[in-house]
Design a binder for this molecule. Sequence first.
Ligand SMILES: *[C@@H]1O[C@H](CO)[C@@H](O)[C@H](O)[C@H]1NC(C)=O
Ligand SMILES: *[C@@H]1O[C@H](CO)[C@@H](O)[C@H](O)[C@H]1NC(C)=O
Length: 271
Amino acid sequence: MFFGDRTMDRFMALSASLATLLLLSYYQGSQARYSSEPSWRHWRHWNEAHATFYGGSDAAGTMDGACGYGNLYSQGYGKNTAALSTVLFKNGAACGGCYEIKCWNDTQWCNPGNPSVFITATNLCPPNDALPNDNGGWCNIPREHFDMSQPAFSQIAFWRAGIVPVLYRRVPCHKDGGMRFTINGNPWFNLVLISNVGGVGDISAVSVKGSETGWIPMKRNWGQNWECDTVLVGQSLSFHVTTADGKNITSYDVAPLDWQFGQTFSGKQFY
Ligand SMILES: *[C@@H]1O[C@H](CO)[C@@H](O)[C@H](O)[C@H]1NC(C)=O
Ligand SMILES: *[C@@H]1O[C@H](CO)[C@@H](O)[C@H](O)[C@H]1NC(C)=O
């Protein structure tokens, strides 16, 4: 090779930034490029909503939300989360979905350049019918509203704004490791929390199969907690999960014969 090490390094750095630029321009390119991914297409459009924040500057107050994820740090959701108004929350069906959100049309409060933040839906922002829709009742029906964690909100606007207009769209969720199945309840009532879901992130149906049973459809109990009342103790467990875009994954024998209530097991993952 006639390149010196330095030259080579520079060449590599240049190629890397070129690749990034190309990727960026591709990503910001026309909607039509996504036509090969029909299930995503309509989610690529920006929609209008508003955003506020809650839970403190360390996001501590965002834990234990209505999706049932409990501790968001240990469950892999971190600080970039939001509580969704009723019409967006859809009785918990929206739990685990990922969104790109940016502040817009507010030159006073939007951060310069209108940067995006990526959040996961982990909670419900309940309606407050005592307050009018345009003054405090931000999460009332039919408003589309994101009550974001303060660290997430701070990435798009100055906190002092209180409320800002935003644009949002659905984006794929990128998760490390497999889907997680946490088995709670008791022998006559299984309550399985499904977390760390990649792909579209929100689940529309779940079935469980014990090593001695057929497939048993589960019912959404609350948030991303799914129930069934078949006794499954002493059997290995497999799960069939359908996400909102109609994709399925079956994770066989996720839990071994001697699983215990309270334990968490890792399955396959959506991408
Ligand atoms: C932008 O904000 C102004 C002032 O609040 C409002 O009158 C206008 O309708 C907004 N523009 C759009 C496109 O929503
Ligand atoms: C996903 O699973 C459901 C339930 O088992 C089934 O009805 C559906 O056809 C499956 N979809 C695909 C794309 O395989």
